[in-house]
Design a binder for this molecule. Sequence first.
Ligand code: ADP
Length: 586
Amino acid sequence: LEEGARSCLLRFRHRLEQDIKPSYLMDHMISDGVMTVDEEEKIRTKPTRKDQSAALLELLLMKDNRAYISFYNSLVKESYDDLADLLREDLPSVLSVGGESGVQTVLSEGGVPQRPVVFVSRPELVNRVREKLYRLQKDPGWVTIFGMAGSGKSVLAAEAVRHHGLIEECFPGGIHWLAIGQLEKPDLLVKMQSLCFRLEQSLDPQTLSRPPNSLDEAKERLRFLMLRRYPRSLLILDDIWDSTVLKAFDIHCRILLTTRNRSLTDSVSGAKYEVGVQSGLDESKGLEILALYTKMKPHGLPEEARSIVRECKGSPLVVSLIGALLKDKPNRWCYYLRQLQQKQFKRIRKSSSYDYDALDQAMAASIEVLPDEHRELYKDLTVLEKDIKIPAKVLSVLWDLEPEEVEDILQEFVDKSLLFVDSHHKPYLYYLHDLQLDFLVEQNRTQLESLHSKVVRQYQQHYRDGPPTSGDEECLYWIRFLTYHMAKAGLSQDLYSLMFSLDWVSTKSQIMGPAHLINDYVEYGSILDKENSEVRSQFQEFLSQNGHQLEERPFPDVVQLALSQPHNSEVYRQARLQAQNRTRTG
Ligand code: ADP
């Protein structure tokens, strides 16, 4: 829910509570699909009309803009004109309402990345993509943007949908961005799970449905969501490598995808359109980027500028990386040009994913200019998962530095195009470009274990007295990824003791819901089984039997639940111990 709307609801809460009759309003909201029957029933169980109103407002505060608009409309329909007037002013500007800020809201709700800090327009390409997207107005289909690494496909895809008319006329159901990248089947399932989760959450943040278990199930879930709950929306799949991925999304919806492989959509059905980003930026745009980074006028740039653009054939990525370097070392034009040129003689074709050799060099060069101590810190980012955004506080634990100091360092990385920041989010969230992460992993291949260990050890040091439970972004990161880091670090012992602990089960399911936890037992099953496969299955069993209760709020007493496990189960044993402790301490 938009800030303005939220604050408006809070301001007029008492008046609304006094006056409204929730049952009528809820009927409208259910038929608008912004509220479920379950939620309605929960509210109806409240004793008085006023309690019910309060509960409805409470629920509304957790919902999205659409729910707010539906609530507003239902006030109008039920002739609460005075109340509707109070809310009108702060009506969120989504979809058919509003202009620029409406577009921004739709895009950021759908996870569409923002423009890079230094940005040049490519009107001809953008228009070609938009023109194809308009063909999806009436019917589902696929639009492919293809081209090589770093040619600006993702930026282009995000830019194409940054258009009020297009969203309003073609995709009033919203725009949903999903970063894919190179992945194996299980990872694809996780991505699809998280997409379903996101889509379901924004309709209905309270119920947590079980994540789909298989690709087929995920596909069906998504088909339903796109058809029934998000009709006329656009799904953007960024960086697809494999046609099996596309098959999972072959559900008769509207899709924009970016890829290096032009022929991917051959294997799926429906209307298909494509736009190639075959050449890089033309010289003037390339120079414009260099000029923006170095704060010079394009015609005042040195002669090398032109050669740099030519040397990398206008690759937006390479020009941007070098631009960012020059921003700090403005007298290194000649040096960076030479680096690029030398590359031509040393064509080291690596197994890594870049088609573009110069990329490695440009990337390595960006890292080399960091002061030594910051280079080490940057290296620590190797352990992040793709597309995961983290708040500075996580790194403050990892690096054992004050949050403010961490923010300054991260800002430095951002300024050097080594890191991206999502500044829509408070606190800011930071993330790496896929290529940067690939590069880091490649560079630090032999140290992955120790880098992950460092994360775990720093966490353990910082949270000696128990895991964080605040539910803020930092807490969520640890609760979600601690097991991942332990597994990657090869710290099996730590992983066993964490995952074979009823306390952890209780903490994690309270904060993230049981689905994530079950996922962990499946994902790390083979590691856990080396210690004790029975205990592993006892925990898993416990979770699948009680998944439903663990989704309930208020959160149930896990010890009580666990006491009904078979008496030879480790889950039972720990619960009994805790129950005894409770009686002892009163
Ligand atoms: P691809 O998806 O083709 O691999 P991206 O769209 O991710 O490439 O672009 C790679 C990088 O190139 C971006 O992070 C950005 O720094 C730069 N870039 C791409 N397009 C532009 C643009 N229009 N203006 C400025 N920089 C751009």
